[in-house]
Design a protein around this ligand. Sequence first.
Ligand SMILES: Nc1nc2c(ncn2[C@@H]2O[C@H](COP(=O)(O)OP(=O)(O)OP(=O)(O)O)[C@@H](O)[C@H]2O)c(=O)[nH]1
Ligand SMILES: [Mg+2]
Length: 166
Amino acid sequence: MSRLHLKVAVVGDKKVGKTSLILALMDQAFRETYTATPCCDLFCRQLGTDGAWMDVWDTNGDDTDLECAEMFISRATVVLVVFDVCWTPSFVACDRWIQTVRQRIAGATIVVVGAQCDRVTERRVPAEFALGAVGGWDTPYVELSSKSGENLQALVALLEKSLPGS
Ligand SMILES: Nc1nc2c(ncn2[C@@H]2O[C@H](COP(=O)(O)OP(=O)(O)OP(=O)(O)O)[C@@H](O)[C@H]2O)c(=O)[nH]1
Ligand SMILES: [Mg+2]
């Protein structure tokens, strides 16, 4: 049986949908009620069909807990930088998150995730605008909804591609 392990850290500003994204990846139900992540959390699930595992570290976007997030980032193979497509400051903050990740691990695979794309009428960051920015950051971009499940598989496919030997 394969012992491949993918270590994923999820960062981004507060309340952008990091925990909801992880719960969706873990096939758990979507929660409308907001509960702030206290500091950090660890989730595990099987990935793909060959027995590989994925560890996902959740962080809380809080500057005071940045040390905790940075510890996880420095051990990750893939870092998801999440923003809320309905909240422009969280998109602007991606630049800072990407710099933080790149300072901690050279060559980390970074994926920028535009979360909450089901909130169509509240959207503030157009997809074309986000795509332009990620071109400059040189990262893949996935827009998804943890609530509707839209495009979640595209992220899973990207994660599977990041498994060593893929
Ligand atoms: N409509 C919609 N709401 C979402 C989605 N993802 C998250 N939310 C809501 O956004 C709020 C914040 O979600 P969380 O996943 O707790 O955000 P977080 O980034 O983990 O927050 P912190 O732990 O404080 O950093 C919650 O009320 C969720 O129900 C989504 O895809 N669609
Ligand atoms: Mg959270």
